[in-house]
Design a protein around this ligand. Structure first.
Ligand SMILES: *Cc1c(COP(=O)(O)O)cnc(C)c1O
Length: 229
């Protein structure tokens, strides 16, 4: 499997301003090293334990993206080095990230995950809760986190119109917050939506960061690929 070819293939089909996070979960460090050697830096993992293990084995300047659901009690393990946390889904978690960032004398960049799909058992803020959190002023008290944007996952379906509608909805929320926000540590610039099966639709609807795993690294053992950290 030619990983670099796969990555370049995707790169040549998307606009330059869209960043690709190579989702390396369940894949060996040798594969990550191969893309690193070709110049790629952004990699995504969804389990804290795997993140730490890969961080320790690979070059220091890799930008590690935590894309999975994150439990508060595990934040401390990734706080020293994490580049971007995609799936913040509660104020409680954000407060813990803030505290651990402060301990490490850092500001940690985060995305708020918004629940846009119609499936059950997906994580993220529902839209009303998101707006009430933003309106509460609570985030402005957290000086060691920086809200860089939003992340969302569409329903897993073959219905392209449904996926389109869900991404359109997230883009609308993103623009709405950008226009109305006055919070100093919220700077919405990243809209993380789209994965292997739906990244083209996501980009059409305004995504500027796509999280792509299987199209680059090949299929995963399904039972080991989703879920909690
Ligand atoms: C696994 C995963 C991806 C990548 O999935 P592919 O379909 O392999 O591209 C993207 N985002 C999240 C949150 C994931 O867990």
């Amino acid at each position: 499997m030619d990983l670099l070819h796969n990555l370049q293939n995707i790169q040549s089909n998307i606009p330059e301003h869209v960043e690709i996070v190579a989702v390396s979960k369940t894949k060996p460090v040798s594969m990550i090293q191969e893309l690193y050697d070709a110049g790629h830096r952004a990699f995504g993992e969804n389990k804290v334990q795997d993140l730490i293990s890969k961080y320790e084995q690979l070059p220091e300047d890799i930008q590690w993206h935590m894309i999975g659901h994150l439990q508060s009690n595990k934040v401390k393990y990734i706080a020293p080095f994490i580049y971007l946390i995609h799936a913040v889904d509660s104020l409680k978690l954000l407060k813990v990230i803030n505290k651990e960032a402060e301990k490490n004398s850092r500001v940690i960049d985060c995305l708020l995950q918004v629940y846009i799909a119609s499936e059950t058992a997906k994580f993220g803020f529902d839209v009303d809760d998101l707006f009430s959190l933003l309106g509460s002023g609570e985030i402005s008290k957290l000086e060691n986190v920086n809200i860089q944007g939003l992340m969302g996952m569409a329903t897993y379906t073959k219905d392209i119109n449904k996926i389109k509608t869900e991404f359109k909805n997230l883009k609308r929320i993103f623009e709405n917050i950008k226009e109305n926000n006055t919070d100093l540590n919220i700077h919405l610039s990243i809209l993380s939506m789209g994965m292997s099966s739906d990244y083209s639709i996501a980009i059409e609807e305004g995504s500027n960061m796509v999280r792509i795993g299987s199209l680059i690294f090949g299929p995963r053992n399904f039972t080991n690929s989703y879920g909690n950290d």
